[in-house]
Design a binder for this molecule. Sequence first.
Ligand code: GAP
Length: 445
Amino acid sequence: MDDLVSLCKRRGFIFQSGEIYGGMQGMYDYGPLGVELKNNLKQAWWNAMVYENDNIEGLDAAILTNPTILKYSGHEDTFTDPMVDCKSCKQRFRLDQVPEHCKKEDLTEPRQFNLMFKTNVGPIEDGSSFGYLRPETAQSIFTNFKNVVDSSSKSLPFGIAQIGKAFRNEITPRNFIFRVREFEQMELEFFVEPGTDEDWHKKWVQKRLDWWEDQGIPIKSIELYDVPKDELAHYSKGTIDVMYKFPHGLEELEGIANRTDFDLGSHTKNQDELNISANVVENKSSNTRLAIQNIETKEWVVPYVIEPSAGVDRGVLAIMNEAYNVETLGEGKERTVLKLMPHLSPVKAAVIPLKKNNEELVKIASSLKSRLQKLNLGRIILENTGNIGKGYRRHDEIGTPLCITIDFDSIEDNTATLRDRDTMNQERMEIDKIPEYLIKVVNGL
Ligand code: GAP
């Protein structure tokens, strides 16, 4: 973990938020390379969910949330952690995370602590008008269920996908970006006919494992945890946690839950006219029926929901951990290389003129950079430092799959040297063939 944290700061992936004022616990900022990696990961998820499935639609809803939503979702009452104070070190801990140095007799009785951030909405600060920063992206998917069904004519099974910020006032944020107070989720709510839910649950677990493998996380680094009944969240009939071997231990990367008809059943009007199986609180506030009509029987059905819910930040940490390699090169030398899947790499290619500021070389290099940039594969960098060895080392460390060197032969024969990050092999290629080659490299073809 220390090596990763140090690389992240040194190379501009992730910084502590507000560091110049001493930072703030549980908050991190993504730097120039981190934002690229994170965007690439989110795009890969969006491609796999929304673009590859015609029965999945996207959504980008508000973060500030009407408290009524979080009342009926159960978050106001149940989104809590038991917390204790240590009278000796004067710190507050989650009951299951009390450090060894705190003596049992110094701890207060556990108290429930709600993890949601509450904020004032509008100009009056007397607490009469407030909202929550959403603790998960899921709820706005449920409250928009009818809007999406009506506007996109969907029938079961279908899904709504959303990526966005979520906020939790974690008592003890820790392990770098693993447990933070502001993070991003990639959530799919997949609505199915009751009775088909268990099959769909199994299918989504497999699909999600395949996807993580495509992002560079092999199955050997993952364990599935079938959450026991007494540990399930209040909405879940069954949850499979995808556990990853993080540097600090085996922990949850993604949860895949069978939420039954709890959520739509909790937020719908006319609950007693619908055959809701989950144990829901009576709702007298909703003005919308959250159900779907069976075309043949004309009966209204409250769909069951399968929810794969992944953390973007935990994804970034797991992917960087898998990609991080220190290789010995002989003669006592070594290199640090980030073997990211090329579609996730923050920089797709570096174009390096052999001699700094040489007019002819820089002209060829910048023309190639512009051509490659227009392919829309991601960031291409012109590295006009004149130090090829240093350029290779830097790009190995940030995971750039391809370095392209423009030398004096390039002026004569319009070729360049391509250097592969993983094998360090070098080959000569016609400059006009490089765009097509890079497309193949980035797309893993
Ligand atoms: N809608 C269901 C839900 O939010 P969750 O298990 O509480 O379920 C889903 O969260 C995912 O969000 C987790 O698997 C994790 O990847 C991520 N996550 C949750 N809390 C987090 C935190 N404090 N910091 C970073 N990621 C977090």
